[in-house]
Ligand binder design. Sequence first.
Ligand code: HXC
Length: 260
Amino acid sequence: TGRDPVNNLKIERDGAVVTVRLHRPHVRNALSGDLLAELLDALRPLDADPEVGCFVVTGSEKVFAAGADIKEMAGRTAAQMAAEDYFGAWEGFTALRTPKIAAVNGYALGGGCELAMMCDLVIAGESAVFGQPEIKLGVIPGIGGTQRLTRLVGRAKAMDLILTGRTMDAREAGSCGLVSRVVPDDRVLPEALEAAATIASYGRAAVTAARECVDRALETGLRDGILFERRLFHALFATEDQKEGMSAFLEKRPPRFTGR
Ligand code: HXC
């Protein structure tokens, strides 16, 4: 099973920030198994690199990603899908501990919308389009769409989008909680890179704790979530970065976080 010989990604590193550009223009950045394998092969070592502080995932000006690769799936049987645990490997993406920012221009449909939702921040251009149109293909979202979208935007809008397959524009996606920031189209990547550099400048332990706490809020009851938060808050006092951050504030100077 040879990989797609074409590179499906373009990866660039600028200091602590790594930008991954999905690059399958002939199929509107459809997310094939090969693309995912390439993505994980590239990001796993960077995720383990203490010098890397944030990932930015982006597409082209016209399309973030038009979904899972329909051609790849179309002929598969249920038994094959189950045996391969098709889409199961995406859990490798959510397991990356480095913060991930989706920088979305154009279409984020199906798996593309699900990929954006797997990221920690979504920065979208005014012309971006989001949707879960799988119902039109005779299936349902399969990379977390029914679960994440419902948690992010609520049942009413999730049902609307998933049952009708309609799309929503960036403004609607911003007002319903799918998108962190809506910016002019040409500001998407600059704002994402700026946010990434900001996040990467903070203490790693605090950033990780913050991500894990916020995500825990979607998964647990309030009492357990608050206890989880308080325990991680206490644990951060074991880091040099906590001492440095608080000393710097009191000494009226900028902090120098080291990740220790
Ligand atoms: C494979 C795709 C594709 C996809 C587009 N292409 N999306 N191939 N998988 N998800 C291919 C087309 O077949 C076409 O190939 C080429 O890309 C250009 O597509 P056009 O439609 O001609 O481009 P355009 O007019 O610019 O429209 C862009 C678009 C549209 C609006 C994004 O392509 C579109 O609606 N795509 C499908 C969106 C969708 O249904 N996504 C959900 C996928 S399912 P040729 O060979 O003709 O040039 C999913 C999860 C499924 O994500 C979970 C179930 C288990």
